[in-house]
Write a new protein. Sequence first.
Length: 187
Amino acid sequence: MSSAGVFGKDLATLAVAMALLMPAACSTAPARSTPEHATPASATRMDDFVRWALQGPSGYDQALAELMRLYRAQATSQDPPNVYARNPIRLADHFVIAGVQIDNQYWYRPVVAITVAGQPCYPMAQAAAVAGIELPPPGSDTGSPGRSVSARRNDMELTLTESRSDPRCVEDIGFLHLKTERRAGVK
């Protein structure tokens, strides 16, 4: 057999092997949209969003600007900012934003909701300490898991919602500017 025939046979074998291996490789590759595979995209820490939200309009603007930077590709509009995204982004402290909603449809200033991934757990006690919120003692509330605590400071409101699956963890960080009004004609 000539070298061209051997080379051609080797290429055919390689092509068959690649065709068989590619689907297996693709099916075992980790999904990039899961929190454990989120890539670091920011020097920002989760505590920053909690702290900035209560610093008044300048802190609010700083938090909003960082979220718009992180989720620029998912923004349906930049001015006014509007984002609804469910792709995880790992922050500098290894906590993961699972998604974000920046809604400017009904208010003159956007309302922000950050969904926090459950792994790693962003501790409710840590977030409350950063916000200066005193948490009720465990078991003192007769409500079900998923309760929220809020703080109002510098014309801002911050709400921390605990995880339904693990009340020690934050599931959602929401904040809005209190000096805003509903848009006319919106109920």
